[in-house]
Design a protein around this ligand. Structure first.
Ligand SMILES: Cc1cc2nc3c(=O)[nH]c(=O)nc-3n(C[C@H](O)[C@H](O)[C@H](O)COP(=O)(O)O)c2cc1C
Length: 292
């Protein structure tokens, strides 16, 4: 990667042209695709994304064409000149393995495993809240994707996120990303009902930054593999905080909404300026320094 910023999954990662723009115009170091699921899925009804004073709340509901309907997209993506992370999800370990096997054939540079989604075999319990379920997914996916690096994307819903990270590392994950959105809701008091059609959604943006930082900090204490930190990053100073907590690279999603497609360039410029002011040559000098 030419820089440590990554487009987070679900934002502009829906087609080749947009992803190319995020790299070329936006300045991202790598781009993550919208999560690919086992079958075509429409997602939730509108309103599905709302802006609030402190962040975004969304219930897009993991819409996907399904891994079988992406051949055309892959034909373009295979000719890309930017680092590409494919993101996958499933509702069972078997579904994760099925999607992983097909996606791996198209040789993305890494595969991110979105274990923040519900397991239908356990009444919708999110995989990522349980170390055994998280490890089972990572192990099954790793078996299918061979040498392609596997990134396990964790959720703050786990009360012991460090233990989940350890389970993923032991099961073969090459890196950890954290965090996904935070379950939440908003109510429209004039309409006297929830703002989102789906009632509940996932919170992202500035409101989740302190939650995400705490998770990255705990993961850094637990594992040796690199961490892609995300949640509320839209400035260089936000990114520096994540690096100090232990992140090797940073994901940006909602920040695109707040600062435009070139948020990646802006964040990198601001990081460099901060580094100059603090006489740093290399980010590694401060990686995890908040633990000392
Ligand atoms: C509209 C929207 C859609 C998202 N879709 C996905 C998704 O498909 N897969 C996934 O792993 N995360 C998804 N996320 C979560 C983001 O990748 C990221 O983890 C989260 O938003 C925190 O980062 P941020 O505060 O920079 O947005 C989505 C977030 C938003 C706002």
């Amino acid at each position: 990667m030419r820089n440590p910023t990554v487009l987070a999954s679900g934002i502009l990662g829906t087609n080749f042209e947009l992803m190319k723009r995020v790299f070329e115009e936006g300045g991202a170091g790598a781009v993550t695709m919208k999560s690919i699921g086992p079958a075509e899925r429409m997602g939730h009804a509108n309103p599905s994304v709302m802006e609030w004073e402190h962040g975004l709340i969304n219930a897009v509901g993991l819409p996907t064409p399904g891994f079988r309907n992406m051949e055309e997209e892959w034909r373009e993506l295979e000719k890309r000149d930017f680092p590409l992370i494919a993101s996958i999800y499933g509702a069972s370990v078997e579904e994760f393995a099925l999607v992983a096997k097909s996606v791996a054939l198209h040789r993305p540079d890494a595969i991110e495993v979105n274990i923040s989604c519900p397991n239908t075999k356990k009444e919708g319990m999110v995989f990522g809240v349980n170390a055994e379920d998280s490890a089972a997914v990572v192990k099954a996916v790793k078996k299918e994707i061979g040498a392609i690096p596997l990134i396990a994307k964790l959720t703050q819903q786990a009360w012991n996120i460090g233990q989940i990270a350890i389970a993923c590392e032991k099961a073969g994950a090459d890196a950890i990303s954290a965090i996904n959105t935070v379950p939440s809701m908003l109510i429209d008091i004039d309409a006297r009902k929830p703002v989102l059609a789906n009632k509940f959604g996932g919170l992202s943006g500035p409101a989740v930054k302190p939650i995400a930082l705490k998770c990255v900090y705990q993961i850094f204490e637990a594992v040796k593999i690199p961490i892609l930190g995300m949640g509320g990053i839209s400035t260089g100073k936000d990114a520096i905080e994540f690096v100090m907590a232990g992140a090797t690279a940073v994901g940006i999603g909602s920040g695109v909404h707040y600062r435009g497609i070139d948020v990646f360039k802006k964040v990198c410029d601001e990081m460099e300026q901060w580094m100059r002011e603090n006489r740093l040559d290399n980010l590694e000098e401060i990686m995890g320094c908040a633990h000392e």
